[in-house]
Design a protein around this ligand. Structure first.
Ligand SMILES: N[C@@H](CCC(=O)N[C@@H](CS)C(=O)NCC(=O)O)C(=O)O
Length: 369
């Protein structure tokens, strides 16, 4: 597909403060793909879209030909394959895999500090519960105060329900503070994470950064104080149509200053994915995990994240042998190799991902009861 035959009239359904809606908006803008954002109304749109795609989550895309899509990562991969100009996945197979790994880490591991900062602190929770009540639940015949209260209560699934307790708050916030230092270091010297062109790695990080850390009062203040280059990158990415970057050269090698991110993936994110998959395999609803000195207690299991681990393995296995060898050495160097393959089999639901991005399995929500 080229520009002339691109599925125009793309409608995006979601919220203008949602993590994954923000990720996909950054993708469409950076790729130069026109879309309109529609606030997904509850319960009207949510029920209808849920019937179309199999789960109620956001964002969802309605293509000009009437097809519905869900899951930001698979939607992005679909557009990367279908819509050729100005790709955001590098040609080089090693860089491509690292991009997908960074995207997945941003989607699933940075979700926890992002939810924590939004819903734990009264400042953020009051502001954003009011925003969501007005944006998405305007048609619900309930008093505003009740809508806001319900929202704040429900979003605790994403904080206390995700294993965050008083005892580990410092650990959760440490993830963000370390990340700010790492990103400040690399974005002070270049425009985007891999170099002078944006990639799917930047898009992945836009979920937590554009829609949470640079929007919610507590993490925004920390970013303003400690990481002005990161704040500048958040805005730059939002204003990065292809004309801005498409004549610049693609990165040819992985920048060495990404090392702390890969170390964090090896030390924290992949061990968490392994603990989650073990818990799903044992039919647990919740699990405890000790990750990098931090105890998470009673975190809800996620079927979706079992599939994330499988997806990383599958992406690796599809690569040519020489790229696999180079990657294996890199992943070993950062402690990612062992947890990636630690479990001999993964407790996947049959056909869990087969229908994406057009149909999702009902149990594929990022975090569920
Ligand atoms: N893997 C999905 C995750 C989507 C997701 O979890 N979106 C959140 C909002 S940012 C959601 O709709 N959660 C369901 C809920 O809160 O009930 C994606 O990449 O699109």
């Amino acid at each position: 597909m080229n520009e002339a035959t691109a599925p125009l009239a793309i409608k995006l359904y979601g919220s203008n403060i949602s993590y994954f809606t923000g990720k996909l908006e950054n993708y469409f803008r950076t790729r130069g793909i026109p879309y309109t954002l529609n606030a997904m109304q509850f319960p009207r749109d949510a029920r209808r879209i849920g019937r179309e795609v199999g789960v109620i989550q956001m964002p969802n895309v309605l293509l000009g030909d009437g097809r519905w899509m869900t899951d930001s990562s698979k939607i992005i991969q679909w557009f990367e394959e279908q819509y050729t100009p100005h790709p955001l996945l590098p040609q080089d197979p090693v860089l491509r895999f690292v991009c997908l790994l960074l995207e997945d880490y941003a989607d699933e591991w940075l979700w926890r500090p992002a939810m924590h900062y939004r819903w734990h602190y009264r400042k953020g929770a009051a502001l954003q519960s009011r925003h969501l009540a007005e944006e998405l639940a305007g048609e619900m015949p309930l008093p505003g105060v009740l809508k806001r209260w319900n929202l704040r209560r429900r979003q605790r699934n994403y904080t206390t329900g995700d294993g965050i307790t008083r005892a580990n708050i410092a650990g959760v916030e440490g993830i963000y503070l370390r990340l700010l230092a790492t990103l400040e270091n690399l974005l002070a010297t270049r425009d985007y994470m891999l170099g002078e062109r944006p990639s799917v790695a930047d898009i992945g990080f836009a979920g937590p950064f554009f829609r949470h850390f640079a929007l919610d009062p507590v993490p925004l203040e920390l970013m303003r104080e400690r990481a002005p280059a990161v704040l500048e990158w958040v805005a730059r990415l939002w204003n990065s149509p292809p004309e801005r970057w498409s004549t610049r050269s693609e990165p040819v090698a992985l920048p060495t200053d990404l090392a702390p991110l890969l170390d964090d993936i090896g030390q924290c994110y992949l061990p968490y994915l392994v603990a989650n998959a073990e818990a799903v395999g044992n039919s647990q609803a919740r699990f405890d995990a000790h990750i990098d000195g931090v105890d998470y207690r009673g975190a809800l299991v996620s079927r979706y994240r079992v599939w994330c681990l499988q997806e990383l393995r599958a992406q690796f296995q599809q690569l040519p042998e020489d790229a696999q060898q180079t990657l294996q050495a890199l992943l070993q160097q950062h402690g990612c190799w062992e947890p990636l393959w630690q479990l001999s089999s993964l407790p996947l639901l049959p056909g869990q991902e087969a229908g994406l991005p057009f149909k999702a399995h009902a149990k594929m929500l990022a975090v569920h009861d």
